[in-house]
Design a protein around this ligand. Structure first.
Ligand code: SAM
Length: 245
């Protein structure tokens, strides 16, 4: 699979998206580079909901899968177990330190069908479309999650599926009182972006989307989305010859 060659994306480059965007992205890099060595301490906390989300993608042997904001590669072993040695897993993360840790994981296990790339998920482009995309705990920290979701849609093949796990302010109940404190901590810890409304953007961009489950007092959730067959909204990704390759 030739994923190294980049195409002329019909999304604006990260640097053309305005100062607020660039500031958020640069802060993200600092924050996630800093946490990269400590991420393992909390990596198991979300493992069950992440694995259930991947299960619902119903991946098949040979599928091509994109992992968006992969961190140190927490989803790699499980995703790879679903696509077999003929499948391809491509992962992107903006933090060079996270990419290094993810690459170390790939090297440690000798996974030849996993490729990790340092890139902004909102503007990254590939010479192929994917059967499925996984975005766990990453959309909420993007500088502009709506544009990231549009890019994911573009990169998915018709009929492709997206599995999202993310966190959100408590929508109701007593936990709501803690929202201002929790989210201030999250902003500091994770560069969480309060301007993103991930669930609203998913519903807006995708042809089908449903809330699959919630945990941790409904503050963590999983959404399953699907691009309809034959859809080419947001410009499509690849020429037919790219797809046939
Ligand atoms: C909370 S971690 C999630 C890691 C992993 N997916 C998980 O489920 O644990 C968020 C990740 O998103 C990455 N990230 C933030 N902004 C990004 C962007 N614009 N493009 C790609 N990755 C980004 C961060 O570097 C970080 O590794």
């Amino acid at each position: 699979m030739n994923t190294a060659a980049s195409r002329n994306a019909n999304t604006a480059a990260s640097s053309d998206r305005g100062q607020g965007y660039t500031d958020h992205l640069e802060r993200s890099q600092r924050v996630w580079d800093r946490w990269s060595d400590w991420y393992g301490l909390s990596e198991k906390d979300f493992e069950p909901i992440r694995e259930r989300a991947i299960d619902r993608l119903d991946l098949q042997d040979g599928d091509h899968v994109l992992d968006v904001g992969c961190g140190p590669g927490v989803n790699f072993a499980y995703s790879r177990s679903q696509i077999g040695s003929e499948g391809q897993l491509v992962a992107v993360d903006y933090s060079p330190a996270m990419v290094e840790n993810a690459t170390d994981r790939v090297d440690q296990y000798g996974w030849e069908n996993v490729e990790v790339r340092q890139a902004d998920a909102t503007t990254v482009d590939f010479d192929e479309q994917f059967d499925a995309v996984i975005a766990t705990l990453s959309l909420g920290v993007m500088p502009d999650a709506h544009s990231t979701i549009e890019n994911i849609y573009r990169l998915l093949a018709p009929g492709g599926r997206l599995a999202v796990v993310d966190v959100r302010p408590a929508p109701s109940g007593p936990l709501r009182l803690l929202n201002p404190i929790i989210w201030r901590v999250f902003r500091w810890y994770a560069n969480w972006n309060p301007e993103n409304d991930v669930t609203e953007s998913l519903h807006h961009v995708f042809d089908e989307c449903e809330l699959a489950e919630t945990v941790f007092g409904t503050t963590a959730y999983a959404m399953d989305c699907r691009k309809s067959n034959g859809s080419d909204r947001f410009g499509g990704c690849c020429s037919q010859s790219d797809i046939d390759r």
